[in-house]
Design a binder for this molecule. Structure first.
Ligand code: CO
Length: 299
């Protein structure tokens, strides 16, 4: 692996730790999700990094992919997953934690099970290990609690300006004989009391440019060049575009989505609509060692 890239990955991990500490201190029941998102965005900027994707603030049965709109009124509650992506020169640190804002024993147990799954992976993942075995270790730690991993959500390799690159890391033993290579890997066990599958639900307010082409709408054209320059193909939030162009940008974003220039991610919802917890860290797998980048955790 390229030395500069490794240095950038480590730096992204360190910055993530600071951002996560801020996020943990402000997430409380009843706080507007928009306020949490704005403060986290500001902190990332203050630390000299950029976002790898908009903060995901997903509640209860929504496993992932919700970010507030510019005028969002949702208040933090329930089992809240906070997933943040930090980018340093294209190197990506992806890390998430869950909080129980309901004072619910079940929520707390789900969070512990996802944490145990993550720890099992952090302790065992290494160069050359099969992905099926990593998944089995995660699964064993989760089923001990009597819960299910979500099978159609996976960890993933990270690469420069690519959040989901190359290999996926299953949260159960899927029998994969593919072996871990030298790379950054985001490992993210999702745990539920439900059946352990997600489906695609309502829109997320998270977008990515998938086909840069010309459109007639003048504002839409300006938005295309802004997104292209600002986000380098990485996912972005509609509220960031509104911040730059005002609320009239929403109509242009809708046009760009219809025209196939932008893709809007759907929310990922647990099939039996049961609560979901998530724990995630980014690891650096090297031939001779494994490092946890987004947490002080010795393996
Ligand atoms: Co993540």
């Amino acid at each position: 692996m390229d030395k500069d890239y490794i240095a950038d990955l480590r730096k992204a991990g360190k910055i993530h730790q600071e951002v996560k500490a801020l996020a943990k201190s402000i997430v409380k029941k009843g706080v507007p999700l928009l306020e949490i998102a704005d403060k986290v965005d500001a902190k990332i900027k203050e630390l000299g990094a950029t976002t790898a994707f908009p903060i995901n603030l997903s509640i209860n049965e929504v496993a992932a992919h919700y970010t507030p709109t510019y005028n969002d009124e949702t208040l933090a509650h329930g089992l809240l997953k906070v997933d943040i992506g930090i980018c340093v020169n294209g190197a990506i640190a992806d890390c998430a934690f869950s909080v129980d804002l309901d004072n619910s024993d079940i929520n707390k147990k789900l969070i512990q099970a996802s944490r145990d799954g993550l720890e099992a992976a952090m302790r065992s993942a290494k160069f050359g290990m099969t992905l099926g075995e990593v998944g089995r270790n995660i699964q064993n730690a989760i089923v001990k609690h009597g819960f299910s991993p979500i099978k159609n959500l996976c960890g993933h390799q990270v690469d420069r300006f690519i959040v989901h690159a190359g290999q996926t890391v299953p949260n159960y033993d899927n029998g994969s004989n593919q072996r871990m290579v030298e790379s950054g890997y985001a490992i993210e066990p999702f745990v539920t009391t439900g059946q352990g599958m997600v489906y695609e639900g309502k829109p997320s307010n998270i977008y990515r440019m998938i086909n840069k082409k010309n459109v007639r709408d003048m504002l839409a054209r300006e938005i295309i060049s802004f997104i292209d320059k600002e986000y380098n193909g990485l996912p972005f939030a509609s509220r960031w575009v509104v911040k730059k162009f005002g609320p009239r940008a929403i109509m242009s974003i809708n046009i760009l989505e219809r025209e196939g220039v932008l893709y809007q991610y759907p929310q990922l919802v647990e099939k039996s609509r049961e609560p979901v917890a998530q724990s995630e860290n980014t690891l650096l797998i090297l031939k001779d060692k494994t490092e946890v980048l987004t947490e002080d955790f010795k393996v």
